[in-house]
Design a protein around this ligand. Structure first.
Ligand code: NAD
Ligand code: IPM
Ligand code: MN
Length: 354
């Protein structure tokens, strides 16, 4: 039987709470299917590990992860460890070093989910963000000059390479073509006179190969306004690393909240493992209380199944999430329910089995 070796980094805060449910769902799916199985290996990396060892993961952590088909990540970052260490040395390092240059984040309002927009219905909010995930504003390059003096200067460099922009923009065009959808590029060339002018140029250049794809270009400020006022205008969206980060939290807010938002970090060439995660963080404010919503993590499991070629199962998971939301009985408090994290996960599995 086909066995998929999956590395699990549950991480910090609610990470382990939601990943536990995600693993249960994947196990249930493999049993229901009968044609494949998962072999999960958990790594205890994260902030607690850092406080014990001084590192977020061992020096050979990436070598270890290379042996897996995919990685499930819960969340990283916790009070007590500076965020720029905990995130850069684990999550961002994996995204970068494994060349997971596509961050695929669906923003899709399911029936039954809480939407703060008056009059918005599921048909109005159905988009997918393709966020550049390997460079841009997240390059980590820069300098800190004359620290702790009155002359202190910091420089944070953005890196926009032709290679990096072209590949993510091309991926988005391909997806829009395949799905017969429009493609919106979000940038900010009016103020960022190198990086975003370059981005727009590449978007137009690559677009010449896709005359069949209807495109729009928006400035990020206007785009964030339209996401609230008229989300229907977005279908496939491509944008830079930082803009994609911010806009997908906004996307989460209009599509049911952080408890429902998932993302896949893809290395499309499959030279390295891809990584699947809820887009939320460790939620220290609710950690340990068994009230975290596991559905975002479970949605990311459906993205893993898509990636492995089991799109039928990917769709079934989304359908089960929707059914659960419509029924409204086994939801966590963020969705207006009173269920615990594991009750919500169990109810979802029951729907998959039904
Ligand atoms: P967060 O996403 O952890 O929490 C924001 C708000 O959303 C909180 O009120 C939280 O309770 C709520 N929330 C998040 N996930 C939820 C869920 N599954 N169910 C119910 N409610 C949920 O963002 P933050 O508070 O800005 O960050 C906390 C820590 O997590 C920081 O250290 C941050 O750097 C880190 N972080 C990590 C990741 C990641 O690992 N992928 C992502 C974002 C933030
Ligand atoms: C996300 C997170 C990360 C990001 C942080 C934790 C570095 O916010 O996955 O959206 O900015 O990419
Ligand atoms: Mn984010």
């Amino acid at each position: 039987m086909k066995t998929y070796k999956i590395a699990v980094i549950a991480g910090d805060g609610i990470g382990p709470e939601v990943v536990r449910e995600e693993i249960k769902v994947l196990q249930a799916v493999s049993e229901l299917d009968g044609g494949f199985r998962f072999d999960f290996t958990e790594y205890p990396w994260g902030c607690e590990y850092y406080l014990k060892t001084g590192e977020m993961m061992p020096a050979d952590g990436l070598e270890t992860l290379k042996n897996y088909e995919a990685i499930l990540l819960g969340a990283a970052g916790y009070p007590g460890v500076p965020d720029h260490i905990s995130l850069r040395d684990l999550l961002l390092r994996i995204r970068h070093d494994f060349d997971e240059y596509i961050n695929l984040r669906p923003v899709k309002l399911l029936k039954g989910a809480n939407c703060p927009l008056k009059d918005a219905s599921p048909e109005d909010i159905d988009m997918v963000f393709i966020r550049e995930n390997s460079e841009g504003e997240y390059s980590g390059q820069g300098a800190w000059l004359y620290p702790d003096t009155p002359r202190e200067v910091v420089i944070q460099d953005g890196v926009f390479s032709r290679h990096g922009c072209e590949r993510v923009i091309r991926y988005a065009y391909e997806l829009a073509r395949k799905e017969g959808k429009t493609l919106t590029s979000i940038s900010k060339g009016n103020a960022l006179n190198y990086s975003m002018v370059f981005w727009d140029k590449i978007f137009a250049e690559v677009g010449r190969e896709y005359p069949d794809v209807k495109t729009y270009s928006l400035l990020v400020d206007a785009a964030s306004m339209f996401m609230v006022k008229n989300p229907k205008r977005f279908q496939v969206v491509v944008t830079s690393n930082l803009f994609g980060d911010i806009l997908t939290d906004l996307g989460a807010a209009i599509a049911g909240g952080m408890g429902l938002a998932a993302g896949a970090n893809l290395n499309p060439e499959r030279k390295f493992p891809s990584m699947f995660e809820p887009i939320h963080g460790s939620a220290p404010d609710i950690a340990g209380r068994r009230i975290a919503n596991p559905l975002a993590a479970i949605w990311s499991a459906s993205q893993l199944l898509d990636f492995l070629g089991y799109e039928n199962w990917g769709r079934k998971i989304i359908a089960a999430i929707e059914e659960l939301l419509v029924k409204g009985e086994s939801l966590t408090p963020d969705q207006g329910g009173a269920a615990t994290t594991d009750e919500c996960g169990d109810a979802l599995i029951a729907l998959l089995k039904a």
